[in-house]
Design a protein around this ligand. Structure first.
Ligand code: FAD
Length: 418
């Protein structure tokens, strides 16, 4: 039987990074993944270029039942720290939008960097390797050399002093997502905040959506908001119409906050005062309303919008100078404050992340160790979910780093410098 200081389950962003740091702290590390290819999510992220961090990362960019939990890890390992690592590996990158950093070449650069860091730490990697069972051998102090866990796998049985669960969330099952992390949490009586798809396209009732389905493929900058008072949140980002509903960065952002049964509100021309523009046009123009609108929103959208008038008791398919003030006001209002209630989301098949996860109440914010001694959780499996824009990877790096440092402090014999 083989013995390791620590077994890390899940060779995604958090697991690979944590393994490299822990190995380089002098710990013997076994990294296990059930897929034959590691880090598939890094590979497909950011359109293949991986939006690997965001320069403006702070706790406000994360959702969690305990919004303060992520603070310590985020300040212990910052976007600048990750940039320094990228620079050591001479990986070129650029800022695209709002502090979001992407690889110039491909996400593969990040994967190769993380694998090189694992090699530098002497990390043993087993994949594809399936875990059959994890057994706790008894409560012993971690700084003794005795094993605390026995892990049965299809590569054999191993013992370790600590286990790190880095198996991510439920999104994109076809590239290896499983509920393993939540099952391990339950096995050790740790609470889990009910997981749900986040950063996900929103869907609508097919009949209600029929007039808008023809806009599929149309993208435009909008202001999008949901909630009220304390739960109110708004984003200024692009929107994309799809056959079944709405997608694009703005909708993905709002989806993480949207509560089932509640509406979202959209301003489809956030830089314009449409009411004023239509009223001015009424005095000077004989163009159709749709043609006037086409100067402020895409013409496909303008055509679809005026066609809705009949159902609302207005004739918007007429020259602007023949429309009543009220008809123009209602039209402007419907464009600048379009309220619609999604019926659901595209689910884990299309979600970029899973919100919810292992309840932070059961974890140390300094080390990610759970109240089950020697059992740690990092990355997306934890109830910390970033906004769109590189925040989820920064959480993977930061939580992985906090955990590796915590492991080194807990597992090194007394007197060894950390
Ligand atoms: C399409 C897409 C694009 C994204 N783009 C970005 C982006 O540009 N920027 C950003 O910040 N975030 C992005 N994300 C989110 C980001 O990828 C995740 O938040 C991040 O990968 C989470 O890291 P993790 O290590 O916790 O989990 P993962 O990266 O999901 O890794 C989990 C690992 O655990 C393994 N595993 C699962 N179950 C088991 C099991 N039972 N036994 C053994 N191994 C198991 C999996 O095979 C996987 O390798 C994107 C996500 C998607 C789906």
């Amino acid at each position: 039987m083989k013995n390791f200081d620590v077994v890390i389950v899940g060779a995604g962003a958090a697991g690979l990074f944590c393994a490299g740091v822990a190995g380089q702290q002098g710990l013997s590390v076994l990294l296990i993944d059930h897929s034959d290819k590691v880090a598939e999510k890094i590979r497909i992220s950011g359109g293949g270029r991986c939006n690997f961090t965001n320069l403006d990362t702070g706790p406000a960019n994360f959702l969690s039942d305990n919004p303060r939990f992520c603070r310590s890890a985020l300040s212990g390992y910052t976007p600048r720290d990750f940039l320094a690592l990228m620079q050591r590996h001479q990986i070129p990158f650029h800022e695209k939008h709002k502090g979001q950093l992407f690889c110039d070449r491909s996400a593969e650069d990040i994967i190769q960097m993380l694998l090189a860091e694992c090699d530098a730490g002497g990390v043993t990697r087993w994949h594809s390797c399936h875990i059959k069972n994890i057994a706790f051998l008894g409560s012993r102090p971690l700084d003794t050399c005795l094993s605390s866990y026995e892990i049965s796998t299809d590569h054999g049985i191993v013992q370790s002093r600590a286990i790190v669960i880095a198996t991510g969330g439920l999104s994109i099952p076809k590239i290896g997502a499983t509920d393993f992390g939540y099952r391990i949490a339950k096995q050790f009586n740790l609470p889990v905040i009910t997981p749900r798809p986040a950063l996900v396209p929103l869907t609508f009732d097919a009949d209600a959506w029929a007039p808008f389905a023809q806009l599929s493929g149309l993208s435009l900058p909008v202001q999008i908001e949901t909630g009220s008072k304390k739960t109110h949140i708004a984003f200024n980002e692009d929107l994309l119409f799809t056959h079944r509903g709405l997608s694009g960065p703005g909708v993905l952002q709002i989806s993480s906050f949207w509560q089932e049964g509640t509406p979202i509100r959209l301003n489809l021309a956030p830089q314009q005062n449409i009411a004023e523009q239509l009223n001015q046009a009424k005095a000077t123009s004989r163009k159709l309303i749709a043609n006037e609108l086409a100067s402020v929103v895409p013409s496909r959208l303008a055509d679809t919008w005026v066609a809705q008038g009949a159902a609302l008791g207005h004739n918007w398919q007429r020259p602007v100078n023949e429309a009543s003030d009220k008809a123009l006001t209602v039209l402007a209002e419907r464009l600048s404050r379009w309220e619609i209630t999604p019926t659901g989301t595209e689910g884990y098949k299309k979600a970029e992340v899973t919100a919810g996860g292992v309840d932070t109440k059961a974890l140390s914010s300094q080390t990610m160790e759970s109240r089950q001694p020697g059992l740690y959780f990092i990355g997306e499996v934890v109830d910390v979910t970033g906004w769109l824009g590189g925040y989820n990877f920064q959480w993977a790096w930061a939580s992985g780093f906090a955990c590796a440092k915590g492991l080194a402090a807990a597992l090194k014999p007394v007197g060894t410098p950390v």
